[in-house]
Design a protein around this ligand. Structure first.
Ligand code: TYD
Length: 142
C-alpha cells in the first residue's frame, strides 16, 4: 500500500504538492507563502547543488522537523521510508514539491548535474532533531 498522500499516522507524513505556475509571455513564476502552499512557517531555507555523480545524501530522519523539498532545477529521486514501507518519488519540476513531516527516513539519490534541490524547513538547524542511525530510527518509530 502506498503511504504517499494517504492520511498520516500521528507522527509522520509524506505528501506530494503541486504549485500553481503563474506564467505569462515572459516565462514562469511560482510563489510559496507560509501556511498556504507551504503548510508551516518557514524558518530556514537551504539548497543542495553541484552534487557529484553517484553521490547520495540524507540517510536520516527528523523527530520534529517539517520540510518541503523542491527540485527548482534538474531532477532527484527521494527515497522515503515510514512504518516499514518505502516510496521513491522523482522531483523533476519546479512546480512539484514533497512535504515530509516527522519521523520519515529519507535518502536523496540520482541527482542530475544541474539539480538544485531547495528545502524549506520549519525550524533552525538542530543536530539533536536528527536520527542518523537506521536502527535507532526503527526503534523510535515503533
Ligand atoms: P548533512 O546533514 O550531511 O546533509 P544531508 O543530510 O543533506 O546529506 O549536512 C552537511 C553539512 O551542512 C553538515 O556539516 C551540517 C551542515 N548544515 C547546516 O549547517 N545547516 C543546515 O541547515 C543543514 C541542512 C546542514
Amino acid at each position: 500500500m502506498r503511504f504517499i498522500n494517504s492520511p498520516p499516522p500521528a507522527k509522520a507524513a509524506v505528501q506530494e504538492l503541486n504549485f500553481t505556475i503563474r506564467g505569462d509571455a515572459r516565462g514562469s513564476l511560482i510563489a510559496l507563502e507560509n501556511g498556504r502552499e507551504v503548510p508551516f512557517e518557514v524558518k530556514r531555507v537551504y539548497y543542495i547543488f553541484g552534487t557529484q555523480e553517484g553521490v547520495a545524501r540524507g540517510f536520516h530522519a527528523h523527530r520534529n522537523l517539517k520540510q518541503v523539498l523542491i527540485a527548482v532545477s534538474g531532477k532527484v529521486r527521494i527515497h522515503c521510508e515510514l512504518q516499514g514501507r518505502t516510496e521513491d518519488i522523482w522531483l523533476d519540476s519546479p512546480d512539484r514539491g514533497l512535504y515530509i513531516e516527522g519521523l520519515v527516513w529519507r535518502e536523496m539519490h540520482d541527482f542530475t548535474p544541474d539539480c538544485v534541490l531547495m528545502v524549506l524547513a520549519s525550524d533552525y538547524y538542530d543536530e539533536a532533531d536528527y536520527v542518523r542511525d537506521y536502527e535507532e530510527f526503527n526503534r523510535e518509530q515503533a
